[in-house]
Design a protein around this ligand. Structure first.
Ligand code: AMP
Ligand code: GLY
Length: 432
């Protein structure tokens, strides 16, 4: 099979790496890919939002399956277009991807199906939003309705901060169209957990759990990022939570979609907050998480390709129970970022030590913002690399990941030193 992967991040490199190992995979194309995917398959210089060129490429090269990584092309209907052209593709349609691309849509569906989530109000007018804030206990969470590169969620500590955030989003176009409508919700206390679920419309299979680290600095300080590291499995998950997840979240969600005549086929990644009274949904994502994928996929022993195909074909139930085999060892993924990230960041810094780091056993180096220039691999994005290591315990996986990182260098590289620290048994919270 010829497979086209759309996107250029660490997630796409991890998916390409895994799919390449399938005995059914003959060629892997990445559009546009990065220096890491170029070593696995063939990079194609087509941007993820250039749908016309992607369709032409898929047809001319007789691509059998297209796997869409990022949220933006899904929200813009890339899967509808591909399917209309007779091309098989993995990911939800535009209508189904609204679970991620409209927080108001997701909230309405959750409310209707009584799916546990934060209490919220939805607003189209700033004066209504401001009045609602007067009745809230602070802090509160203000969310732009649409996609905003992961930056559309603001936690407002007091009424002054809430007023200025509402004004910036709704009246001053801080997030453009995405912020014209907003959700304001109660602040939930708890720990976060990322679920990854292959959904074929009617049925689904859970993948392994993971935890992301969204803030840029150690100790969860500083602004939010796309994700600075992850570990899998999550340390806050349990059989009881999984039972609640099936009954109170997944089944009602599928019912709500069915009632709207929407078929979701693809990867659903609910972001959950584990609170004292159980799991609540913070958001639904309609694609693999980044960097969660880089921690989950190296633990998957099964072939990923038949799982993606069963999802696209609506045949998840034909997979035998227990078909998805996992390495029981935990994985830790640490993201190396460019100087300045998540603000304006530097690029074109030469990266050294990649081969030395890759020589370590059970270490995988996934590229994100990298490219090849004059025979060197150089930085080309905010998040540059995701270094994953497996170990017999979370502690050894962590130690391996940081040892690999110590061999990699680029100017002004920064990363968190406390990824997975909270999951190391008996640890009292000292950073590395
Ligand atoms: P979202 O994009 O909705 O997942 O929000 C991004 C991040 O904001 C989440 O991963 C949480 O860290 C935080 N967040 C979102 N909603 C809430 C909430 N209701 N209470 C506390 N934190 C939240
Ligand atoms: N891990 C955050 C995201 O993929 O949205």
């Amino acid at each position: 099979m010829k497979i086209l992967i759309v996107g250029n991040g660490g997630r796409e490199h991890a998916l390409a790496w895994k799919l390449k190992q399938s005995p059914q995979a003959s060629r892997i194309f990445c559009a546009p890919g990065n220096a890491g995917t170029a070593e696995i398959g063939e990079n194609v210089t087509i941007a993820a939002n250039d749908f016309g060129a992607l369709v032409r490429f898929a047809k001319e090269n007789r691509v059998d399956l297209t796997v869409v990584g990022p949220d933006d092309p899904l929200a813009a209907g890339i899967v509808d277009l591909f399917t209309g052209e007779g091309l098989r593709s993995f990911g939800p349609t535009k209508a189904a991807a609204r679970l991620e691309s409209s927080k108001i849509f997701a909230k309405e569906l959750m409310r209707e199906q009584r799916i546990p989530t934060a209490q919220a109000g939805m607003f189209e007018r700033s004066d209504d939003a401001l009045r609602f804030c007067d009745r809230m206990r602070f802090p509160i969470v203000i969310k732009a309705d649409g996609l905003a590169l992961g930056k559309g969620v603001i936690i407002a500590a007091d009424p002054t901060a809430a007023r200025s955030t509402i004004d910036e989003m709704m009246n001053q176009d801080r997030f453009g169209e995405a912020g014209r409508r907003i959700v304001i919700e109660e602040f939930l206390l708890g720990t976060e957990c990322s679920l990854h679920v292959l959904v074929d419309g009617a049925n689904y299979r859970l993948l392994q759990t993971a935890c992301d680290h969204k803030r840029v600095f150690d100790g969860d300080a500083g602004p939010n990022t796309g994700g600075m590291g992850a570990f899998s499995p999550a340390n806050n998950w349990s059989a009881a939570l999984q039972d609640q997840f099936h009954k109170a979240i997944m089944r009602p969600l599928l019912r709500g979609l069915q009632e709207r005549k929407i078929t979701f086929r693809g990867l659903l990644y609910p972001g959950l907050m584990i609170c004292v009274d159980g799991a609540r949904v913070l958001e639904f994502n309609c694609r693999f998480g980044d960097p969660e994928t880089q921690a989950i996929v190296p633990r998957m022993k099964s072939d990923l390709l038949p799982l993606l195909e069963a999802t696209v074909d609506g045949k998840i139930n034909s997979l035998e129970a227990g078909t998805i085999e996992w390495d029981q060892r935990p994985a830790v993924t640490v993201v190396l970022a460019s100087g300045g990230y998540p603000g304006k960041y530097e690029t074109a810094k030469i990266i050294s030590g990649l081969d030395a780091a890759a020589k370590l056993g059970d270490v995988h180096i996934f590229h994100a913002g990298t490219k090849r220039a004059n025979g060197e691999i150089v930085t080309a994005g905010g998040r540059v690399l995701a270094v994953t290591a497996l170990g017999s315990t979370m502690k050894t996986a962590r130690a391996h990941a940081y040892e690999a990182i110590s061999r990699v260098h680029f100017e002004n590289c920064h990363y968190r030193h406390d990824i997975a620290l909270s999951a190391v048994a008996g640890n009292i919270g000292n950073a590395l």
